[in-house]
Design a protein around this ligand. Structure first.
Ligand code: NAP
Length: 621
């Protein structure tokens, strides 16, 4: 058995053996089933000529306004801290606290960290150390293991390093469990594990001007120094709870979806789930298969689009087994699709490269004005939402339940979901939708949830209440030049970055897939690739110039922040609902969860050719 920390005799670098064992074999599940009933895999016909007229706009507005201020969340602290426990791994491997130095310290061992390691090591950067809160790799796919979990972007374009590992996903939309295994495959194949400190949470990151290093403190007593810090820990990782009166009194079992407790046997039990976002939509059909009674407490319905899951075909397997670079080529074709829904429908022949074109937009005779373009987008979003609402009526038998399941907001304003079994679940006699709109559940007692004086007794209560936006200690305690914190900077000046990756005053610190960073794609994997390639370029450029420190100048950062602000303002009507994307309706333009523009590449290319945004400084010792 290797020591948890030892020196590699070949490289002289410290290597680690801190991966924790899996806690239980019960932790397993599947994602979307293949549904053969055609009625369930199609949207009803698009209503001809329907427009988002004043009457419909008023309906959307009323739906939104009724929910304003209803969102009330809390961190898992005090007696609720137990919900954060890592239920997936054996306890942390004991190890010494580290006080040494490395070249590059990366926070996070999810897709971002794994891909970075592959690219960094290929580019000759090997003194790289990763800190990961979980007991194994996977990030999102480590923590989220609820039944039904799967990706919503086709797995052939979503899973990184398929060409390099030779792996072919089993389904078009792979289950989270298959994705987690792929993360372990990436780690295993490319020697990631020995670079990673698992069960290690970064708590404070502080710049030391004199030495030109970051000091990184962790919850394991480490006090490491690094030339570069890359934050690849995701922005939506810390789970949150709805704040509900009496929740501490509940005597049954309870947990959050991101720490699914497989030790609780749900068979035949009375189970309640609070929340109907993307997580709950995937978990509910699976829960309904095993529990005795299921109560779904909904405040706002999700849009439930078609899924149309399928297995990878024999033809695909045979072709890809011999076609080098198939996944990269497919991801590039997939990236040409700019609309979320078009990606669902994307023609497999196009994605496989058999046909060259995929037209998602009609060409107009003349250039439309900005207002005309917006109206067209709103009209087509409205028509699509009409189809989504008609689908509810076509599938859900009880009219009251069907009415409650219909969402009234622009498509994509809340995260779109895709499922062919979710809506039929509400026809099952043991499944009950409790419509708590517009204010949500606001009372829990010893026995269960109480809504409008009706008590719903429960054995198990599941919180599907989502995640805090950038709520990690990693983000909240970064101190750069002059002792200033990133949090304070963004709170006082608004989110301010260059390309989402740099923030002035925080030299040699890079944020992967953070705010303002989203490279214009809804496939996060594209963004991670773009960011990793960009960071390799930064590091190589510095190496060539003999520079040890990089920061960005004020003017380009301001210009980029202004651009993000403009994009948010221009697209605001498409996001006119209450959602975590827009800080529950409160986020200032430019500070939204995701960059919605398409000019990231333009800014990047200009910067790389002129080098004008950067301040490079020479040798630190
Ligand atoms: P979420 O989207 O934030 O959903 C939280 C849910 O809790 C919402 O439905 C919210 O209602 C509800 N809620 C909060 N307080 C409530 C109360 N007092 N009473 C009743 N309902 C209440 O969280 P999530 O579903 O975990 O998803 C988070 C993100 O993770 C997704 O947006 C997505 O980006 C990612 N995700 C991805 C996948 C995938 O790729 N397949 C799957 C799952 C999750 P309101 O809408 O009214 O606020």
């Amino acid at each position: 058995m290797n020591a948890p920390v030892r020196i590699d005799p070949e490289t002289g670098l410290k290597v680690f053996n801190t991966r924790a064992a899996k806690a239980s074999d019960k932790i397993t599940g599947q994602g979307y089933s293949v549904v053969t009933d055609q009625k369930l895999t199609e949207l009803p016909k698009m209503p001809d000529g329907a427009t988002f007229n004043a009457e419909e706009q008023a309906k959307y507005r009323a739906f939104k306004e009724a929910r304003r201020g209803a969102a009330d969340y809390m961190a898992m602290e005090g007696e609720f801290k137990k919900y954060l426990d890592d239920v997936y791994s054996e306890p942390p491997i004991p190890r010494e606290a580290l006080t040494d130095e490395c070249e590059i310290l990366v926070v996070g061992a999810g897709f971002g960290g794994l891909l970075l390691w592959h690219k960094l090591s290929q580019a000759g950067f090997t003194d790289v150390r990763f800190c990961e809160k979980g007991g194994d790799v996977g990030g999102t796919w480590y923590w989220n293991r609820y039944p039904g979990i799967a990706c919503d972007v086709e797995s052939y374009s979503y899973l990184p390093l398929l060409d390099e590992t030779g792996y072919i996903p089993s389904m078009k939309f792979a289950s989270g469990f298959e994705i987690l295994e792929h993360c372990q495959r990436m780690a295993q194949n490319f020697g990631f594990y020995k670079h990673c400190l698992f069960h290690t949470t970064v708590e404070a990151t502080t710049w030391d001007e004199a030495s030109g290093r970051w000091t990184v403190k962790t919850d394991r007593g480490d006090r490491m120094r690094a030339h570069f810090v890359i934050l690849a820990n995701g922005i939506l990782t810390t789970p949150k709870l709805a704040r509900i009166a009496g929740m501490e009194k509940f005597q049954g079992e309870s947990f959050h979806t991101s720490r699914w407790n497989y030790n609780i046997d749900l068979r035949g039990k009375r189970v309640g789930i609070i929340g109907t976002g993307a997580t709950a939509v995937q978990a509910i059909p699976e829960l309904a298969r095993v529990v005795g009674k299921l109560y779904v407490f909904q405040r706002t319905p999700s849009s439930i689009d078609v899924r149309d899951q399928r297995a990878t075909t024999d033809e695909e397997r045979a072709t890809w087994a011999t076609e080098s670079g198939w996944a990269q080529a497919r991801r590039a074709r997939f990236a040409r699709i700019s609309e979320v829904r078009a990606a669902v429908l994307a023609n497999d022949d196009y994605l496989a490269g058999k046909i060259q074109d995929f037209k998602e937009r009609k060409k107009h005779d003349r250039e439309l004005t900005r207002e005309e373009r917006m109206q067209k987008q709103l009209d087509s979003s409205f028509r699509l939402m009409e189809q989504i609402r008609a689908r509810v009526d076509a599938i859900v038998k009880d009219p009251k339940t069907a009415a409650a399941l219909k969402p009234y907001y622009p498509y994509g304003c809340k995260r779109p979901t895709f499922h062919d079994e979710y809506l039929p679940t509400f026809n099952l006699p043991h499944v009950h939708l409790v419509d708590t709109a517009p204010r949500g559940v606001n009372e829990i007692n010893e026995r269960g949830v109480v809504h409008e004086r009706v008590e719903y007794p429960l054995d198990v209560l599941i919180y599907a209440t989502g995640f805090q936006w950038m709520g990690t200690s990693t983000f909240n305690s970064i101190r750069g030049r002059g002792g200033h914190s990133l949090k304070e900077k963004w709170e006082t000046e608004g989110t301010r970055t260059f390309l989402g990756l740099h923030s002035r005053g925080f030299p040699n610190l890079f944020i992967v897939t953070g705010p303002q960073g989203g490279g214009g794609s809804f496939n996060f994997t594209d963004v991670i690739y773009a960011h990793a390639d960009y960071l390799i370029w930064v590091l190589q450029t510095m190496r060539e110039r003999g520079a040890r420190i990089v920061d960005v100048r004020k003017e380009p950062e301001d210009k980029y922040a202004e651009h993000c602000r403009d994009v948010d303002i221009a697209t605001a009507p498409l996001r006119d609902c209450i959602s975590y994307y827009n800080g529950e309706g409160k986020a200032a333009p430019g500070s939204l969860a995701y960059y919605g523009g398409r000019q990231w590449d333009k800014f990047r290319i200009e910067a790389q050719s002129s080098l004008e945004p950067y301040v490079f400084e020479g040798n630190s010792n």
